[in-house]
Ligand binder design. Structure first.
Ligand code: PMP
Length: 361
């Protein structure tokens, strides 16, 4: 424990310490099986209990009714960029996409590759994706609306989800899944690569509403059809067992230790507030996102010069703070403060930032 650093990685990212300890404790003999979770059959009673519990906890945490299927797929969030239009955008229809950064851009590209029609109904590219667009002219006859709920690289987040009438929303929640409560009912698909907020790399949580499954064309490759997985409870083939198990423990931690998503959201609000309030009072650090679009998960900021940014990251690393370098495509600094990064870590970071400013400001 004493070797662990303050982890501000963007993903894969920090996991709750009690989860890691539980994995360690049970690693050689899982649930009395005499085997490790990495050695047992996915068709065993032991793994069945794991996946069922992961699904049940996800349903309770997000208040999902029976219409929603909780699936565990591979291929990351990136495969969902492709599977959503492939399965859910019928020929002759068009989809609305909001472009709020790198990940939205990649999602849009996958629709075009399939030769389907995408309407980019709003974009914040004009100001380097520093904000979430407002008053968006959605098409009432669109097959769906696609958004990225939190923009990991640019540090912006939808404070509220858009009103789209009866058009279902497809949301990439990779970097803020389970960070706050929301009404799931307007969503056709909610998906999240687990490796930021809900588990390790290797599994993507996909929540799909029953009426979406009726859109799935028969003639798709088996492994690219949502129905393949919804009909077999994510076990058409071997699921990523270890990743699902870790995710199950994260859901248990959220329910039993944190006490649900309202509590989690309050903690996340507090952590983000500590950093933004400090930056707003400083002449030295400058947040890159517009105030009303700021992410509570990825706090992106600049220092007065690139040389100082380099020095900051170097000294922070030496002082035991990891992952503060901004994404390679944008530079600068980024503190990713997902669910598992505690108030203590953020408080220590603010203290470090203060000291660094005093010495270099
Ligand atoms: N969407 C968002 C918002 C992300 O942050 C990321 C990962 N950085 C991805 C999609 C891609 O996820 P994956 O690596 O699981 O394909």
């Amino acid at each position: 424990k004493e070797h662990r650093i303050y982890n501000f990685n963007a993903g894969p990212a920090a996991l709750p310490l009690p989860v890691l300890e539980e994995i360690q404790e049970n690693f050689l003999n899982f649930a009395g099986s005499g085997m490790s979770i990495t050695e047992i059959s996915h068709r065993s009673k032991w793994f069945d209990a794991v996946i069922e519990d992961a699904i049940a906890r996800t349903r309770r945490l997000l208040k999902l009714d029976d219409r929603f299927h909780v699936l565990f797929l591979q291929g990351g969030a990136s495969l969902q960029f492709c599977m959503i239009p492939m399965n859910l955008l019928p020929e002759g229809k068009a989809a609305d996409y909001v472009n709020t950064g790198t990940w939205s851009t990649k999602a849009i590209k996958e629709v075009k590759i399939q030769g389907k029609t995408v309407n980019v109904v709003a974009s914040s590219e004009d100001r380097d994706f520093a904000y979430i667009p407002k008053n968006i002219p959605f098409n009432p006859d669109a097959a769906y609306v696609h958004i990225t709920s939190n923009n990991t690289i640019k540090g912006t987040q939808w404070a509220e989800f858009p009103e789209t009438g009866s058009v279902p929303i497809m949301a990439d929640m990779s970097s803020d899944m389970m960070s706050r409560p929301f009404d799931p009912n307007p969503f056709g698909v909610i998906y999240a690569g687990a490796q930021k907020n809900i588990g390790p790399a290797g599994v993507c949580m996909v929540i799909i509403r029953e009426d979406m499954l009726a859109r799935v064309p028969q003639n798709l490759p088996t492994m690219l059809k949502y129905t393949t997985f919804s009909e077999k409870n994510s076990m058409f083939n071997t699921p990523p067992c270890f990743a699902v198990y870790t995710l199950q423990l994260v859901m248990k931690w959220l329910e039993e230790t944190v006490g649900g998503l309202d509590k989690m959201a309050a903690i996340n609000e507090k952590k983000a507030g500590m950093l933004y309030d400090f930056m707003d009072r400083s002449e030295f650090y400058r947040g890159t996102a517009d105030t009303d679009s700021r992410s509570r998960m990825n706090v992106t900021f600049r220092l007065p010069s690139e040389a100082l940014e380099q020095k900051f990251i170097q000294e922070a690393t030496q002082a035991g703070f990891g992952g503060l370098k901004g994404h390679r495509s944008v530079g600068g600094c980024r503190a990713s403060i997902y669910n598992a990064t505690g108030i203590d870590a953020v408080s220590a970071l603010v203290d470090f930032m203060k000291t660094f400013e005093k010495r270099n400001g």
